[in-house]
Design a protein around this ligand. Structure first.
Ligand SMILES: Cc1cc2nc3c(=O)[nH]c(=O)nc-3n(C[C@H](O)[C@H](O)[C@H](O)COP(=O)(O)OP(=O)(O)OC[C@H]3O[C@@H](n4cnc5c(N)ncnc54)[C@H](O)[C@@H]3O)c2cc1C
Length: 343
């Protein structure tokens, strides 16, 4: 097992670029290493935090415990027939590298999720999604280790209880299991290509991919990368964790009453007859887009993205988020819930 390091800065390990410290830090490169760690007094006595790429966390203070960073690698095709392949992926693999591997090998299903930061092990935690696709569409199994016993467990897709940016790992099983690998079922032929997202169609057109028959997993991936690099701030330049809040869902009655007042309010159908409203629109209407306060702010093009302009304390970002939540609640009666894990 790797050495447990003491008093480490988390600055290189979170995309918000927050210079919080952790009391202990360890890198885990295999299931056996984790099982050994679970026997140590440091693990037994200290609180712990599982960390992948740190692209969905906000450290609001130093972490008084053990940060366990996932570095289990490997991409392996475990089964295949003429139409599908099963790919087992180590939790520490960078998600975008996996997407590129699949795109290169003409394996379809995750091309719309190109360029989402973070690790493969964290992808099921919030059921990552973008441009009309969620990772739950391709997940077959999630291999995990129960932290209290060291026992291995295979979660089926149903047991993961996926929802919009949700899974059982964010609720009942939060911090109870370490995800060690994820098995995906990807398509080898007759790819079901998802192109109905407006910006994706426009970008494909701008790439001269006009005809629906000409669309490939490669062109979708390329288009998604173009869109994302043009509109999302690069965390290596400006600290951020992507969308700070989830898009809220409201009742049809609530939506109708808001639409009376705000006729341009965008919306999408959601589950249980509810209506999903873009959080970015609500934040912009509440006057927050592009606002900057010293080290922190709301991104100029993306109202849903809170940013660290450099040297911010995590608590400053949290305070900004609280003010935005307050204003949106007051103006629209809509509660914004953070997508980012506040630590
Ligand atoms: C610029 C930018 C754009 C983004 N765009 C999108 C997007 O389009 N769609 C989207 O869904 N998300 C998006 N995100 C959010 C982020 O990329 C995803 O949530 C990603 O899955 C986080 O991966 P990570 O490895 O960085 O997780 P971390 O931030 O390290 O961890 C996130 C959570 O997962 C837990 N966790 C991590 N690894 C494990 C493990 N092995 N076992 C158990 N628990 C674990 C952590 O404890 C934490 O609670 C974006 C982020 C950024 C910075």
């Amino acid at each position: 097992m790797n050495r447990i390091e003491k008093d480490i800065s988390l600055l290189p390990f979170n995309t918000f670029g927050i210079d919080a410290r952790t009391k202990y830090f360890v890198r885990i490169q295999s299931v056996e290493e984790l099982q050994t760690l679970l026997q140590t007094s440091i693990f037994k006595e200290e609180k712990h935090l599982l960390l992948g790429g740190g692209s969905n966390v906000l450290f609001t203070k130093d972490f008084d415990g053990l940060v366990i960073k996932t570095e289990i690698f490997g991409i392996e095709k475990t089964e295949e027939d003429h139409a599908h392949a099963r790919v087992k992926v180590g939790a520490g693999e960078v998600w975008h590298n996996l997407v590129m591997h699949c795109v290169k090998n003409n394996l379809g299903g995750i091309e719309n999720l190109s360029l989402i930061p973070g690790t493969t092990g964290a992808a099921p935690i919030q059921n990552i999604g973008a441009y009309g696709v969620e990772v739950k569409n391709v997940i077959e199994f999630v291999d995990a280790i129960e932290l209290s016993t060291g026992a291995t467990k295979v979660f089926t897709k149903d047991e993961c209880r996926f929802g919009y940016r949700e899974s059982v790992f964010k609720h009942e099983l939060k911090e109870k299991y370490f995800i060690s690998s994820v098995t995906l079922s990807v398509t080898k032929e007759n790819h079901l290509l998802v192109t109905n997202y407006g910006a994706l169609q426009d970008t494909l057109k701008s790439m001269n991919v006009d005809d629906v028959n000409d669309v490939t997993i490669q062109s979708i991936s390329e288009a998604v990368i173009k869109i994302r690099t043009s509109k999302l701030p690069d965390p290596s330049v400006i600290g951020n964790a992507g969308s700070f809040f989830k898009n809220p869902t409201i009742t049809q009655e609530h939506f109708a009453s808001l639409q009376n007042k705000y006729s341009t309010m965008p919306s999408y159908p959601s589950i249980n007859q509810q209506v999903k409203v873009p959080a970015g629109w609500l934040i912009e209407q509440a006057g927050w887009k592009g606002k900057r306060f010293d080290h922190v702010g709301v991104h100029q093009q993306q109202a849903l993205v809170l940013v660290n302009y450099g040297g911010a304390h995590g608590d400053e970002i949290l305070q900004l988020a609280n003010k935005i939540q307050h204003d949106v609640e007051e103006k629209f009666g809509v509660t914004l819930t953070p997508e980012v894990n506040i630590i």
